[in-house]
Write a protein that binds this ligand. Structure first.
Ligand SMILES: [Zn+2]
Length: 188
């Protein structure tokens, strides 16, 4: 009887802590990292250029239409995002705008060029956000040599560090260097 009690006390806390823990990404916050970066990595699982670019462009679009996010936005992403790492962009947009797969408020359309259209569903205001050539250069820089065959996920340490460095550069760029914006309303 004594033995059974001991087992229950020891085992129960172990089970409960194992079950209510989110997955832990390999991310160590650096002094220059903006606060939102941890949320992006928590959602997506790694610190990469495309997911951070999606987050930056999503935030720019959300603020441009003066939406709060989550329930007052409809977002359409156009671009070559059929698979990772390019598709990682979509996760950044979801974290930044709160428009998600689950709410059916995030849409993706295959296209050659990246364009993120954010609509404030309360006001009808719409903005088209396009990455600048400077951002596209950073996004293209890692494609040829990194994970071309492996696809996605943790790669070699050198590759991962390189990707994280490019991602941090994108995270720190001023808005005007990240994207250009154009406002319009439906019917215009
Ligand atoms: Zn990714």
């Amino acid at each position: 009887m004594i033995r059974l009690t001991t087992i229950l006390i020891l085992a129960f806390p172990m089970l409960s802590t194992a079950d209510d823990r989110l997955p832990q990404p390999d991310y160590h916050r650096q002094p220059g990292d903006p606060e939102w970066l941890a949320s992006v990595v928590q959602f997506h699982g790694h610190l990469g250029p495309a997911v951070v670019a999606g987050a930056r462009i999503g935030m720019i679009g959300l603020h441009a239409v003066e939406a709060k996010g989550y329930f007052d936005v409809e977002v359409t992403c156009e671009g070559p995002m059929a698979k990772p790492p390019q598709a990682c962009f979509l996760d950044g947009v979801q974290v930044a705008t709160g428009a998600t797969m689950g709410k059916r408020s995030l849409h993706w359309v295959q296209a050659d060029q990246i364009l993120v259209r954010v609509k404030n569903t309360r006001t009808g205001r719409i903005v088209d956000v396009r990455p600048t050539p400077a951002l596209m250069e950073l996004l293209a820089a890692f494609k040829p040599q990194v994970k071309a065959e492996a696809g996605h996920g943790p790669g070699s340490k050198a590759d991962d560090e390189h990707l994280a460095a490019v991602a941090r550069k994108i995270a720190a760029m001023p808005d005007k260097d990240v994207a250009s914006v154009r406002w319009w309303r439906e019917g215009e």
